[in-house]
Write a protein of this length. Structure first.
Length: 416
């Protein structure tokens, strides 16, 4: 990774070989290796970006290498540890993964550039906040995606209802839709990402940190209110209480034509329409409603940040690549190309022409991420949240089950 720049080699060799008479362009040319994840950007986008970037940076060549998500965590950790001249200079990582890589001093601190040049204060919170470790910014937001309500326009019209503006209206609307063979909403019992948004909307947290110690927070009054809203909404359909949204895949359930709403990212509609093309013109979108009219509800924001390994010898060049990919020009291009939300709230208008993206961008302004501790991935692997949800939905005491879940999360986060 500590790539020896050709310019440096040339300076050393010139004392013996006359390398110093080489042209400036040959002596200074550098390659920047960029790891991006599969399907994050189309090949057409990457081709256009590479061509323009290299034209504007005459001494830099881009080597973009596509990675698969499976096994990427260990691969990135290995790259951060290795002294590999062929290693990455810029890496795309999941927004919730940054703390795990920053913890071991493996990433370059980009706080100065973020505040001085890149407008950090305007970044979407759900991407910016998990990109920090302590008070330092290591991950730079690239793109976001979050859940919205995907609904059947024809079923709404038949029931005489319109997209709700508040959570109370959402319950009333869904109850009117839940009739006969039609489910008012299909909401699986263990869709904990959706639950997280409801908890945040109530002012609660999944876990809290004090003096470096993390503890589960599902037993707070706010978190309990979020779970109670989830329970009331979930019962207005036939979603399984003991499974998540992928078991069975909710796209397939919605495609069967007897569901009025689901909570999902807009991109899921492609899978729905593939299974039932007749629904293509019947599907609409609106942001997950909040407690107040005119303000969407809090949602979990997924997406990617860009990071720079601390050991790169192409630091300045890597920073140039990050600046270009996350800047307004290419960030809005990526959003339009891939149906993402841009990394800044001020860029939301760039995707306003498409209904699903418009709803997603509105919700992203109130997006959040999971707790910024490297141990959270272990919580997700064990996932006491899912068990907690199922127990409550099947009639167990919410307070006792919340205390049980919070205790298990605290124990997991404290494990050294």
């Amino acid at each position: 990774m500590r790539r020896r720049l050709l310019a440096l080699v040339c300076v050393s060799a010139s004392l013996l070989t006359g390398c110093g008479v080489m042209s400036d362009s040959a002596a200074e040319r550098r390659t920047v290796t960029v790891w991006l994840m599969q399907h994050s950007a189309s090949q057409d986008f990457l081709d256009r970006f590479t061509e323009e970037f290299e034209r504007e940076h005459e001494t830099l060549d881009l080597d973009i290498r596509i990675q698969e998500w499976t096994g990427i965590g260990e691969k990135v950790q290995q790259a951060l540890r290795d002294d590999d001249p062929d290693g990455p200079d810029v890496i795309e990582v999941g927004n919730t993964q940054v703390s795990a890589y920053a913890e071991g001093d493996g990433l370059l601190d980009l706080t100065l550039e973020s505040m001085r040049d890149w407008g950090r204060d305007d970044w979407l919170p759900g991407l910016a906040e998990p990109g920090r470790w302590g008070s330092q910014q290591y991950g730079v937001p690239w793109y976001a995606a979050n859940r919205v309500v995907v609904y059947r326009k024809d079923l709404f019209r038949a029931a005489g209802v319109t997209p709700p503006k508040t959570r109370d209206e959402w319950l009333e609307t869904t109850e009117r839709l839940d009739t006969g063979d039609t489910q008012g909403i299909y909401l699986a019992g263990q869709d904990w990402y959706t639950l997280a948004g409801f908890i945040w909307e109530e002012g609660g947290e999944l876990a809290t940190e004090r003096d470096g110690v993390w503890r589960g927070a599902f037993d707070s009054e706010a978190a309990l209110r979020g779970m109670d809203f989830y329970r009331r909404l979930q019962r207005l359909g036939d979603g399984p209480v003991d499974a998540d949204e992928e078991h069975p895949p909710q796209a397939g359930v919605f495609a069967q034509g007897r569901v009025a709403q689901i909570v999902a990212v807009p991109g899921l509609v492609r899978a729905i329409v593939q299974q039932n093309p007749g629904l293509e013109d019947k599907i609409g979108y609106f942001p997950v409603p909040g407690t107040e009219a005119g303000r969407p509800g809090a949602v979990f924001t997924g997406g990617s940040d860009l990071v720079v390994p601390a050991g790169t010898d192409a630091e300045d060049a890597a920073v140039e690549v990050v600046a270009a990919l996350t800047g307004a020009r290419w960030n809005t291009d990526l959003a339009r190309t891939m149906n993402y939300v841009p990394n800044k709230a001020s860029l939301a208008d760039s995707v306003a022409g498409e209904e699903g993206l418009r709803a997603m961008a509105a919700g992203a302004a109130r997006g959040r991420a999971t707790p910024a501790t490297p141990r959270w991935s272990v919580v997700e692997a064990d996932n006491p949240i899912k068990e907690y949800m199922t127990r409550v939905l099947t009639g167990a005491d919410p307070q006792k089950e919340a205390e049980r879940a919070a205790r298990r999360i605290t124990e997991t986060l404290a494990f050294d």
